[in-house]
Design a protein around this ligand. Sequence first.
Ligand code: ADP
Ligand code: MG
Length: 384
Amino acid sequence: MFVLVGSLRPIELGICVPTTYGYPNRPDCPDGSRRPANRFFFDTLEHPRALQGTWVHSTPLRDPSGSSGVWRCVCGKAEVILKGATLADGRPIAVYQTGWPDLHVHASTYSSARICVEILRWAQCATPPDGHQAGKRITMQPDFVLIRNEVKTPNFDGRSRLDGLLFAGVPAMNSLESILLFCERPAVQGHLHRLERKMGEAEFPVVKQHFCSSSKTLMYGYTFPAVVKVGSAHAGAGKMKIMDHRQMSDFRSVLEMMPDEHCMVEPFIESQGDLRIQKIGTHYRAFKRIGLSGDWKTNTCTSVMDEIECTQRYRRWADAAAEMFGGLDILTVDAIIEADTGKELILEVNGTSSGLHPDKAQEDNGFIKDLLLEKMNAALCRTG
Ligand SMILES: Nc1ncnc2c1ncn2[C@@H]1O[C@H](COP(=O)(O)OP(=O)(O)O)[C@@H](O)[C@H]1O
Ligand SMILES: [Mg+2]
């Protein structure tokens, strides 16, 4: 059987977006509250904050209802975008959707089962496949995994589950190896700096950065204001603007309380906005995001995000980044535009957890579906 794991959140699937563009009871609103009906409320789209996940799982053989030859899936709304989809050999796909905290992985080379995933709870937006009741835990064997969220967040570290999938060698999109490396921001940034050295600063300009493994090595003497980025958190978490060396000294004393966290420091760039270049397979998009509320992080405040032309230069950025860690199927490149000069500097690359623009989500989910089927066919169907 196949499984795709991941977090295709309803918004990304273009399914739960009402015409007002509100976000009713989004699973990633901790209090279940409504987001304002503001299409430009993009903070939540930067990265899935919740650990909701979508497991798309198509299973041929181990059908709990006993009827072999039926492919079932673990999924939530992902079953909607994959509705009616079959593998090249005609087998249907079943989708199971859950989140990292709500699953356990058992994998063994002693048994022919290789891997069992216990799903404790379905994703809030999920409709369990036929034969399964919401609220009931189940065990299934994933054949393929689609991951669309962060494995590690400030509140939860799902790497032990990811390790289980890696141990079992389950095919996935993006690759499990790339997802593991994306848990560590310095690994990603290091790769970007290598790309800059290879392609040249004019072609692939990356913001200057200083890495320190702990507060003990935080000896930053470059320009102020500066931005500190603690650990590998996403969606604006763990980031602070530091005005001068006195504030840096205070910050160092706070960092001392987090002995296991590394930190990166970079110059604060007064900007006219952010850029986001998105690549899903062979489909590219570029967006410009401008903050409206005066916060320096445009991904945690109210902002306007418009699609702009994806130039050849932006495509080259995305193509270069797509070569990372053995290849990325889904990625976004985040850059910042310097206010005075208009100079564009790459800040980071996001992998499979990249959120989608609500206006484009339906089309982009279609691209994700096509890519997914391509990967599943390659991994699971015999050719010739
Ligand atoms: N060096 C910087 N100078 C000015 N603004 C920055 C800088 N680094 C990040 N930002 C702002 O903070 C946001 C989040 O930073 P980013 O590095 O993309 O991390 P993440 O999205 O993972 O939290 C960016 O979108 C940008 O608006
Ligand atoms: Mg970002």
